[in-house]
Each structure stands twice: as structure tokens, then as C-alpha cells.
Design a protein around this ligand. Structure first.
Ligand code: UN1
Length: 511
């Protein structure tokens, strides 16, 4: 059965647009708000703890499956995702409005993640460690943490969840996954593929609940001891609440939060390359990546020319129907559109607004040249390039999660680094320069977990550590081998075959 037919049986292709009471949620296509993509019933606060209990039972058996065999299941998932790449990408585009080319890239990211971790099933190395004493051997083993609760956002509805699911399952854990409601259909499709690849149903559990029920349920499960690791991707505000809750139960979650990612344009930058990078980083995906460009920090000497070229590039960019070749489509969902409207309200008299003919929603009375889509009902917004941003502006200091980027200027590299670090996030940062020393100094001074030179702030690769510092997270890292420390714990083994009691620190001969 193809993903599309699985989805049709789960979802129904043309469900009429209506919202029923009783905890039912309809996820809608943001390009028209009429097409209902998924219909799910949201559980109450009891759903998450119940799923963690079931997961706890299933995990014991899953942990007995040899890691190389679990690796083969992950390999099977990668193959299934690849075979269904187009239908999964079409679903992502339909459900959250991500341009189809980007949706294909997102699905490829799952395949890359599976490719990486299938081999890890044959590694998951421990160590042999020399002892202080003779006839004694020390070892270390990676052991699964147990049950992981994974709570994900919907802007990357399948790739980012796979960064948790794939390594967690490979390491022998069970997972309870709570995706964003507005991306419920894509989540269901990925879970279906994982089950078909051989992940037992109790080992990967999918639950739907709103924020309040999730939070209450998580508290119950943490108190009951049925959850051993929490992975959360979302806003810094909610991440801080999740972190506090986990801390109360002596747990350290994996938190991947927001960003206010700076891009520095140095006086020696190749300006056209920098314009291209800024356009993709800032307005691609409608600015709705945690790694999206937030603040452009441009050297005084090139400011006017850079802004002129970027403004021209933005005005000729194609925005509209995400099934076509566009820079960006609609915003993810109504609540993101409402938030973006609030951000637009922060534009002040001291700002110069560039990038489009109007500010706000693209409508028939506020049209945009070259736009193709449904202006009456789609969540489409004009791009905004805000010149004259000041470090004390709300827009300078806070994540906007929409198609808006501000420009400030600098004179010395130290000043640029200080401006880049000022908002207190630390996810991703980029610099455009042709001078290696400038690039290196920037890397040393900037507080971001991920740094790019002459490239976008977004577009992480599946085998590099992904994660941030400050308001962007708690220092945890996903992807590559680094994520193994999130989903395993080190166990040591101290084995004495001397036939007598040897005491560490006390029976060591000093020479
Ligand atoms: C996110 O927005 O939550 O590096 C993650 C990137 C993507 C992942 C973004 N591959 O932009």
C-alpha cells in the first residue's frame, strides 16, 4: 500500500471543512484553509502517561533485539521513505504549505538520517579501560535510556522528528511521539512507514493532544517514572517550561528551541552571493525555520549597495502556491499568522520598510506582483525587509518566525559579533567574507552552536551536531554520533579476576 492510500484510509481525501467539538482537530491546507488534510481526535491528559506505560512494557523486548538487527529495521525505514518520497513530500506541502522542492529535501533528510544510523547498529561501541590494579578489567557499555517522549513542532513535520525517532529506536528505546496538531497527517504517515518497516506498535506510539493536555500528561508520566528522556523541539518559552518540569524530576531533556540567527556581511563579501544566502535563509520557508536568518548585520561600507540588491531580489521573488516553484508559500497555520501580525505591529517609525509593495497579508486589495495563489483564503504574507533596525527593537531581540528580516550596521568585527550575540539565542550564525581570518575570528566569538561561512544559516546536514546554546537550547545536540548521548547512558563494568579484594586508591603500588 502506498503512503497516499494509507493516508486516504486514515484521513479521507475531501472531508468537508468543519470543526466538531469533543477534542477533534482538523488540520487544514494553509494555502486555502478549506482542504482538510487530517482529522484527529485529541486525547486528554491521561493519553500520554498511558502510552508511556505501554511503551515501557514494549521497550524491554525491543532492547533485547540485537542492535545490528534494529539497524536493519532502520535501513528498511529509510528504503520505505525513499520509495514514497514524492507522496510524503506532497503531503508535507499540502499540510503545512512548504514549497514542494523543500518538502522533497525534508524527506531526503529522513533518508540521510536512516543511512547514518543503520550502520550505528553495528557500532554502538563501548570501551575497554585500563584499571589501576592488576588482574582487573574495566569496560563501558551504552545502554538505552528506556522510554523517550518526543514532542515536535510542525515546521519540519517529518525530518526533525526523525532526528529523535531514528536514533532513539536504534539505541533500543521505545518512543511516545506527540507531533504538532497542525502537522498530524504527515506525522501519521511517517509513523505508518516506521511500523511497516518493522518497528513494533508499542515501541513507537503516536499520540495527539493539545499543549495543556500534553503538559499535564508529561507531568504525570514523569512523576510515575514511566518516561526517561524528553525530546522537545519548539519555542524557547515552552522549552523553558518543559525544562523546568524535567528538572523537577531530575531529568535533563533534549531541547531544540528558537533562534535569532545573525548573518554578518563583511566589507569584502561577495555581495551577490550574500544576497542569495540572505534571501534563502531569511525568507525561504517563509522564515519559519528555527535556523532562519533573523538579523542581517551589514558593514557600513557595503550597507547601501547590499540593501539595494537584496530589496530588488525580494521584489522579484516568486511567492505563492507551494506546489509550484516559489521562494515561499503560506504560513504554517492560523496561529502562526496571528503571531506574525503581532510582529508586524512592532514596526516603528524609525524603520524603512522594503521588500514588497505592502505589509501584511497578500489580498486582492494588497496584491503582490507575480503572486499566484488564493489571496482570499491562503495564509500568504508580503515579505518584509526592515532597514534601520536598532539593538533595543523588539524585532531585533526576538524570534519572529515569519518572512521578515531586519538590517543593522557595524564597523568593527567585534561590534558585529556583539550584535550577533545580543539577543541571547545561540543556534545558528553565518558570515559572508572572503577573508579566512575574519571567518575564523567570527567562529571563535559567536555564541552559536552552528556557524556557516559563505552559506545559509539554515540547511543542516544529517551527520553534523545540530543544536544551540542560550535561549536556543540546553546545549544538547542532535544528529550524527553526538545524539547517541541523548538516547543511551553509559554503564561501567568493573571486573576483578585476581581472586582477592583489591581496593581502588588503597591497593595501588606507587613506583
Ligand atoms: C527547525 O527549523 O526546527 O537546518 C530545524 C535546517 C533544517 C532543520 C531546521 N534542516 O534548516
Amino acid at each position: 500500500m502506498s503512503v497516499q492510500s494509507t493516508l486516504n484510509s486514515v484521513i479521507g481525501p475531501d472531508t468537508p471543512a468543519r470543526v466538531d467539538g469533543g477534542g477533534e482537530y482538523l488540520s487544514r491546507n494553509p494555502a486555502n484553509l478549506e482542504d482538510v488534510v487530517a482529522r484527529v481526535s485529541l486525547g486528554g491528559p491521561e493519553v500520554l502517561p498511558a502510552a508511556t506505560e505501554q511503551a515501557q512494557r514494549a521497550q524491554r523486548e525491543w532492547a533485547q533485539v540485537p542492535a545490528p538487527v534494529r539497524g536493519r529495521v532502520i535501513a528498511g525505514l529509510g528504503r520505505l521513505v525513499e520509495a514514497n518520497k514524492e507522496s510524503l513530500a506532497r503531503l508535507v506541502t499540502r499540510e503545512i504549505g512548504k514549497p514542494y522542492a523543500e518538502a522533497l529535501g525534508e524527506v531526503q533528510e529522513i533518508v540521510d538520517t536512516c543511512d547514518f544510523f543503520l550502520g550505528e547498529g553495528r557500532r554502538l561501541y563501548g570501551q575497554t579501560v585500563p584499571s589501576e590494579m592488576p588482574d582487573k578489567q574495566l569496560f563501558t557499555f551504552r545502554v538505552p535510556v528506556g522510554v523517550a517522549v518526543v514532542i515536535t513542532a510542525g515546521n519540519f513535520p517529518v525530518a526533525v522528528p526523525s532526528w529523535y525517532l531514528v536514533p532513539a529506536l536504534l539505541c533500543g528505546n521505545a518512543v511516545v511521539w506527540k507531533p504538532a496538531e497542525y502537522a498530524a497527517g504527515a506525522a501519521r504517515a511517517l509513523a505508518e512507514l516506521a511500523w511497516r518497516a518493522g518497528v513494533p506498535k508499542g515501541v513507537l506510539n503516536l499520540v495527539y493532544a493539545d499543549g495543556e493536555a500534553t503538559f499535564q500528561g508529561l507531568e504525570t508520566a514523569l512523576a510515575a517514572g514511566t518516561v526517561n528522556k524528553v525530546g522537545f523541539t519548539g519555542s524557547s518559552a515552552v522549552g523553558s517550561q518543559v525544562g523546568a518540569l524535567c528538572g523537577k524530576h531530575l531529568q535533563s531533556p533534549c531541547l531544540e528551541l528558537g533562534g535569532k540567527n545573525p548573518m554578518i556581511v563583511a566589507p569584502d563579501a561577495e555581495l551577490d552571493l550574500a544576497v542569495e544566502g540572505a534571501l534563502f535563509s531569511g525568507w525561504g520557508t517563509a522564515g519559519q525555520r528555527c535556523t532562519s536568518l533573523g538579523n542581517l548585520i551589514v558593514h557600513r561600507d557595503v550597507h547601501d549597495e547590499f540593501v539595494r540588491r537584496l530589496d530588488a531580489a525580494l521584489r522579484s521573488a516568486t511567492i505563492g502556491d507551494p506546489t509550484g516553484d516559489v521562494l515561499y508559500g503560506p504560513l504554517l497555520d492560523q496561529k502562526f499568522a496571528d503571531n506574525f501580525e503581532r510582529i508586524l505591529g512592532e514596526i516603528g517609525d524609525h524603520h524603512t520598510v522594503l521588500g514588497s509593495e505592502s505589509v501584511g497579508r497578500i489580498t486582492e486589495s494588497a496584491p503582490r506582483k507575480g503572486f499566484h495563489g488564493d489571496p482570499a483564503s491562503g495564509l500568504y504574507y508580503h515579505p518584509v525587509l526592515l532597514d534601520g533596525l536598532r539593538p533595543d527593537d523588539h524585532i531585533f531581540r526576538n524570534e519572529t518566525f515569519g518572512p521578515i528580516v531586519g538590517v543593522s550596521t557595524y564597523e568593527t568585527l567585534d561590534e558585529a559579533i556583539e550584535l550577533g550575540n545580543a539577543p541571547g539565542y545561540g543556534l545558528s550564525a553565518a558570515i559572508y567574507t572572503t577573508d579566512p581570518a575574519t571567518a575564523f575570528r567570527f567562529r571563535q566569538g559567536i555564541g552559536a552552536g552552528m556557524v556557516s561561512v559563505n552559506n545559509s544559516t539554515s540547511g543542516a546536514e544529517a551527520h553534523l551536531p545540530f543544536g544551540g546554546n542560550g535561549k536556543s537550547g540546553n546545549g544538547s545536540r542532535q544528529s550524527g554520533v553526538w545524539v547517541l548521548d541523548q538516547f543511551t547512558r553509559w554503564q561501567s563494568l568493573n571486573w576483578d579476576f585476581s581472586g582477592k579484594l583489591q581496593k581502588a586508591q588503597m591497593d595501588v603500588d606507587t613506583v
